[in-house]
Design a protein around this ligand. Sequence first.
Ligand SMILES: Nc1ncnc2c1ncn2[C@@H]1O[C@H](COP(=O)(O)OP(=O)(O)OP(=O)(O)O)[C@@H](O)[C@H]1O
Length: 265
Amino acid sequence: MSASPISIRGVSKVFRTDERELAALDGIDFEIPSGQFTSLLGPSGCGKSTLLNAVAGFALPTSGSIVANGTEVTGPGPGRGMVFQEYALFPWMTVEQNVAFGLEIKGAGKGAIEDTVRQLLGMLSLSDFRKRYPKDLSGGMRQRVAIARVLALDSPIMLMDEPFGALDALTRRNLQDELLRIWAELKKTIIFVTHSIEEAIYLADRIVVMTYRPGTVKRDLMVELPRPRDPSAPEFNALKRELGQLVMEEQQRHHTDELRLAAID
Ligand SMILES: Nc1ncnc2c1ncn2[C@@H]1O[C@H](COP(=O)(O)OP(=O)(O)OP(=O)(O)O)[C@@H](O)[C@H]1O
């Protein structure tokens, strides 16, 4: 694999509706090296999901280009797996059927599918739940299945859009720890969208802070704290304050913009 499995080059995105044009992203430009855990951080409306969807190939940029695994992104592809906040599981399938689904579509053999599913269910502590249906699982368990399902495809790139946003604090921390363990073991390149500053610092090698509309890169910094990270450590809190200031500036712009739009309506 090349040193930069993801290159984002001059990416802009404009949404056009009948009434107006909305510039969601403007001139985003950065490279993500292999195996890096990058977090996109920013308040609501700064284009985090839009950028992630562009890398996934779900909604392409208006201008600029994205190269993933050496190939220009022109649509979704097996080299990039996506985990959403909403679990996106098939409700009529059991846990093991959900995890096996992508492998069946790929045409993998029965034995290979069984081996992979067994290994992933073990890795995510889901073995005892393999015959259950999503409705009989907690939110945290469902999100484990969603992660296992993406891992089954063996994509070198994992894209995660606020995957733990709907979970309670304890479950969230458990899954963050699991994700770090899996990331270290499988050496995935991850882009993780969050609006939680603490989550970004806890997880990421690198944090890209985005500006409110149009989304641009406001700050791009490496998190040098050793792992496992301690959210009560002074260095952790110093970084939290620094990032909090940056995010708050953008939140303020969001607020001002909303007031301006309300005045126009
Ligand atoms: N399909 C669309 N059509 C029109 N506008 C859109 C569309 N998708 C997103 N937008 C707008 O683009 C901007 C960026 O949205 P996006 O969802 O990427 O932000 P975000 O940072 O991920 O926010 P959140 O954390 O709330 O999901 C927002 O103003 C949003 O309303």
